[in-house]
Design a protein around this ligand. Sequence first.
Ligand SMILES: [Zn+2]
Length: 197
Amino acid sequence: MEALHQLTEALRRLPGIGRRSAERLAIHLARNREGVAQALAAALDDARESLTACRLCGNVTRREANPCSLCTDARRDDAVLCIVEDSSDITLIERSGEYRGRYFALMGKLSPMQGEGIKDLRLPALLERAAKAREVILALNYDVESEATVAYLQHVLGQKLPEVKVSRLALGIPAGSAIAYSDPVTLGRAIRGRTEA
Ligand SMILES: [Zn+2]
């Protein structure tokens, strides 16, 4: 059962997958009905070979299209930069159809409890991009770590780029909620109604 254990442990490393889900998925894959395991293995191989993170915004892109189409599209507005925690949030905001600026994915957030994380925020790259903008939208979530990250970014942006306006999404959702749980209509409304941070 070593192989099943290894598969379970590998699945547990994925975001949002706990032990119970990982076990269920592993057993499902081990039974391999309708070749689901081969299909997954092939898709994983293909994704690993052909996809990467955009070197400017962090969005998932094909290796031969780096920077990604969102960064290179000349019709998009350089003056607005939307900062998200995770590149998967970019997909959600794009789906709202309300945003035509550029993006930057932090790919992490501060953990005030552990006093760490600042080095992981890709801060120099963020400041370089934000310097080209008139407005930075902090489209982060509303949990403790996200709030700490927002406060930190407001501080840094205020110091380094005082002429850049900083705003936040007007999500009006309860504390602890995540952008990932907002539907495109709500997200679109939040972008239009964004408030100065
Ligand atoms: Zn990009």
